[in-house]
Design a protein around this ligand. Structure first.
Ligand code: ADP
Ligand code: ADP
Length: 222
């Protein structure tokens, strides 16, 4: 049961930069997949295609039943509610507390106050930050800020979680803590896709990895 399918996907940016070339990839519901490869190999572009931030020049992208080649407007917003996204630089709102940062998505979706409060605690608990709910991002370590961004990504209970170099700014210990949280989310059924150029994290975590090089996708043997 594939939740994500890319078929013959080519992405060339307007400046001629070839980011992905004839890429085929199928990801099953409940998978945990690493996408590895050096800087500039197309990892971010691949994720951007999945949440409709960029569009293919050629080929097909399907995510959770949505056809990304034509998806726009309300239907694109619908899909985006089904995808949690985590970035390398956290992208937290500086003048809002941890709780407010996490709640913001739900406010924006117009959920009732009671429902928002019902969802906040489990999300913060999942990332171990219940005790930091009223802190501001600048009062937190990098690892903690990334965990807030994970709580924000999952508070809407999306079936898919995309993480673009989530450990890129973290030391090995905090990196591993982030991966452990992603593994826990995967174990409760969320499909998780993580880009990283850190091969040691991949070895430690025991999940499959595909590699991008100059926009071409390679699979491990066996
Ligand atoms: P990675 O995430 O592996 O570092 P990217 O997907 O960011 O790789 O980039 C893949 C290629 O596409 C690179 O050559 C990069 O310079 C180029 N690229 C990425 N984004 C843009 C953009 N908005 N405009 C033009 N070229 C881009
Ligand atoms: P790390 O070793 O992960 O980089 P830090 O040394 O940045 O962590 O922070 C250690 C602890 O101190 C964290 O729990 C963090 O929340 C807290 N902390 C860091 N900076 C501040 C600050 N400016 N105000 C309040 N608490 C802080």
């Amino acid at each position: 049961d594939a939740i994500i399918t890319l078929q013959g996907v080519t992405k060339t940016y307007d400046n001629g930069s070839q980011a992905l070339v004839n890429l085929n990839l199928e990801i099953k519901r409940g998978d945990f997949l690493f996408i590895t490869g050096p800087s500039g190999s197309g990892k971010s572009t691949l994720l951007k295609l999945l949440y409709g931030e960029e569009r293919v020049n050629d080929g097909d992208v399907r995510v959770d039943g949505y056809d990304l080649t034509t998806l726009r407007g309300d239907r694109l917003s619908q899909l985006r509610r089904r995808i949690g996204i985590v970035f390398q630089d956290y992208k937290l709102i500086p003048r809002r507390t941890v709780l407010e940062n996490v709640a913001f998505v739900l406010w924006a979706q117009g959920l009732p106050r009671k429902e928002i409060h019902r969802r906040l605690q489990p999300a913060l608990k999942m990332v171990g930050l219940t005790h930091k709910a009223n802190c501001f991002p600048e009062q937190l370590s990098g690892g903690e800020q990334q965990r807030v961004s994970i709580a924000r990504a999952i508070v809407g209970t999306p079936p898919i979680l995309l993480a673009d170099e989530p450990t890129g700014n973290l030391d090995p210990e905090n990196s591993w803590q982030v991966i452990k949280i992603l593994k826990k989310l995967n174990s409760v059924g969320i499909t998780v896709i993580v880009t990283t150029h850190d091969e040691s994290l991949i070895r430690l975590s025991n999940h499959p990895a595909v590699q991008l090089r100059n926009g071409y996708l390679y699979r491990p043997k066996g």
